[in-house]
Design a protein around this ligand. Structure first.
Ligand code: PEP
Ligand code: MN
Length: 364
């Protein structure tokens, strides 16, 4: 189903620097006024236009640093006065919203654990009724686009129109190099379903380690994201939360210098010509693939008919293992990934089984 959100384009949000990518940087947590000011000063004169800091920290287990609380809001105000940066913080309930608005924070975001909880999102949406402030919604910790979209819908229904999304990755059972697996197709799906909602990338929570931050930023820019939120700390090693993933202001400046905002299209004739030719090729390949799959399915159905006549089971494990091994070897020669090949074959095989089952069950 298509959900038509009523979102104001990012260029009309009243941000102090609306050119893409919009970069929000600052520490995971506000720790002291000195830490905040030193970090913010290190970011002056860079492409960064907004300063972030977590005031209330949602921690997975009690006993970790849970944020300095309300006093940190005064430090955010000092940062704004001393450096001119607009400010942003995370809100998780109506009380946080009231305090952040009182402290004139410029942008609010909803954290990943909160997005996963519709009661909390509704409470925030109710508290923001009639308020004109930009709100960014992080993806929920679990890979569920509906929850993400639902949070945007709740806020939009409260009259908030400066809405955006932050992609911070998803926790999962698989072990990967990332702290939170990016699953890049999910933010793409959200953008399609939510009327091209402005999309920010949070490379810090995706990567979990500072060495990966630049790579994730590049990937996000290649996918035409509107902005970045990067955890930045004047002394990352001593940070009270997320120490491994924060970068210094100097390092962030270096990362940003490598990021050229890419335009979605180019008028260059040679580029256009090459692109059109390659897209024609791809369209033809896709058609050929489907034609081949249809022929494969016809053969599978014929096998089903023969199996039925001979009273043989649909699934025969030995045969499938042989097919799989042979195809994996073939895929390797072509440089195709093992997981991709396996997933594709499983999908095709499953559809063959389903069709054969239908055929056999049809007249039983
Ligand atoms: C954060 O931005 O510091 C934070 C808590 O992030 P997330 O909600 O993505 O875990
Ligand atoms: Mn953090």
């Amino acid at each position: 189903m298509k959900h038509d959100l009523n979102i104001i384009p990012l260029s009309e949000w009243g941000l102090s620097a609306p050119e893409r990518p919009i970069v929000i940087a600052g520490p995971c947590s506000a720790e002291s006024e000195e830490q905040m000011l030193a970090t913010a000063r290190g970011l002056m004169g860079t492409h960064v236009s907004m300063f972030r800091a977590g005031i209330w920290k949602p921690r997975t287990r009690p006993g970790s640093f849970e944020g300095v609380g309300s006093v940190g809001l005064a430090w955010l105000k000092t940062v704004k006065q001393e450096t001119g940066f607009q400010t942003a913080t995370e809100v998780a309930n109506a009380g946080h919203v009231a305090e952040a608005l009182e402290a004139e924070v410029d942008l609010l975001w909803v954290g990943a654990r909160t997005t996963a909880n519709p009661f909390a999102v509704q409470e925030i949406a109710d508290a923001l009724k009639g308020v004109d402030i930009p709100v960014l919604v992080k993806n929920p910790v679990n890979p569920d686009v509906d929850l993400w979209l639902g949070a945007l819908e709740r806020l939009n229904a409260s009259g908030l129109k400066k809405l955006g999304a932050i992609h911070r990755g998803f926790s999962g059972v698989r072990k990967t190099i990332y702290r939170n697996e990016p699953l890049w197709q999910l933010p793409i799906e959200l953008r399609q379903r939510a009327g091209n909602v402005p999309m920010f990338c949070d490379p810090s929570h995706i990567s979990g380690k500072r060495d990966l931050v630049q790579d994730v930023c590049h990937r996000a820019m290649n996918l035409d994201y509107h902005g970045l939120m990067v955890e930045t700390h004047v002394s990352p090693e001593t940070a009270l939360s997320d120490a491994a993933q924060q970068v210094t202001p100097a390092r962030l400046t270096e990362i940003l210098s490598h990021i050229v905002a890419k335009s979605v299209t180019s008028d260059d004739q040679v580029y256009r010509g090459k692109l059109d030719a390659l897209r024609d090729d791809i369209d033809q390949f896709d058609q050929d693939l489907l034609d081949l799959l249809a022929r494969r399915m016809e053969a599978a159905l014929e096998i089903g008919r023969i199996k039925k006549q001979n009273n043989v089971t649909v699934y025969q494990a030995g045969r499938w293992d042989v097919v799989r091994n042979r195809m994996q070897e073939h895929a390797r020669e072509h440089g195709l990934g093992e997981a991709f090949t396996d997933g594709l074959l499983k999908l095709i095989h499953q559809e063959s089984i389903n069709k054969q089952q239908e055929l056999i069950l049809d007249d039983e």
